[in-house]
Structure formats: structure tokens, C-alpha cells
Design a protein around this ligand. Structure first.
Ligand code: ZN
Length: 147
């Protein structure tokens, strides 16, 4: 290195906004798990800035950890077809209307059977599966009924 930024000219990083400063070092993952409903406010400090870390609930503000209700978060994510029937991994579903598929010119025809579906974690509105002609489909459950 023939040129380095001298310490004395580095811009000062004084945070004037307490909320912004907190967000900057907030250890919450960026995958959206913090938006999960059903996580109560922190019993220690009472702030709602909480997230689930596996089976544990963690407070981002004071670092308090307490056991979470696993069943509670699992119950939220029931994947249902257009008729409200619960879909499970391995089920077969039928496409109820013609659908365009991103990334291919092959349309997915009404009546196409998708066998051996997979559920999308944390996303009850979509399933994954393969049709006879198209692999790796991600489909909205509102266009499907249980086969
Ligand atoms: Zn707390």
C-alpha cells in the first residue's frame, strides 16, 4: 500500500439517529424471519424487536433469549389449495387454469397434474414440483387443487 487513509481524516461515524444506529448493528438475519407473526414482545425489556432463532426467541434490543412455542409458528404455515384443502409434501395437484411459466415459452395447461409436490418453507402460498414437460416449477396454490 503506497497510500493509506490517515486515521485523522476518516469521516466521523457518529450516529445521530438512535433508531438508525440500532438497525446498523442489529444481528437479525436478513431473510425475513424477523417479520414472522406470533413472536411475542421481549419479556425482559418489553420491546417488540424480537425474532426466532430455531426454537429460541431472541430479543434484538437486550439480548434476552427464551424458549419459543414451536407449534405456534408451524401452525401459521399450512399450505392449502384453492378449495382450502391442506397440501402436504408428496401430494399430487391439478392446475385449474392455464398459466404462463417464467423462463419458458411452454404454458402450463389447465388440468396438468403436478406429482410429488414439495412445500416451500415459510411460504404457504407456493409449492414446488415438476410437470411432465417442465421441471422445477414454483406454483401459486390458489391455481391448484388437490388431485
Ligand atoms: Zn429485550
Amino acid at each position: 500500500m503506497c497510500w493509506r487513509t490517515p486515521n485523522w481524516s476518516a469521516p466521523t461515524s457518529v450516529a445521530t439517529d438512535p433508531a438508525g444506529a440500532r438497525a446498523a448493528y442489529n444481528p437479525r438475519p436478513a431473510d425475513g424471519t424477523d417479520a414472522m407473526p406470533g413472536i411475542p414482545a421481549c419479556p425482559q425489556c418489553g420491546l417488540p424487536n424480537t425474532y426466532a432463532d430455531g426454537d429460541i426467541h431472541v430479543c434484538a434490543d437486550c439480548g434476552h433469549e427464551w424458549p419459543g412455542a414451536v407449534a405456534e409458528t408451524a401452525a401459521v404455515a399450512a399450505t392449502r389449495d384453492v378449495n382450502g384443502n391442506v397440501l402436504a409434501a408428496g401430494d399430487s395437484v391439478v392446475v385449474i387454469k392455464d398459466l404462463k411459466v417464467k423462463g419458458t415459452s411452454i404454458p402450463l395447461k389447465q388440468g396438468t397434474v403436478i406429482r410429488n409436490i414439495r412445500l416451500v418453507e415459510d411460504d404457504p402460498e407456493h409449492i414446488e414440483g415438476n410437470s411432465d414437460r417442465i421441471k422445477g416449477l414454483v406454483l401459486k396454490t390458489c391455481f391448484l387443487r388437490k388431485g
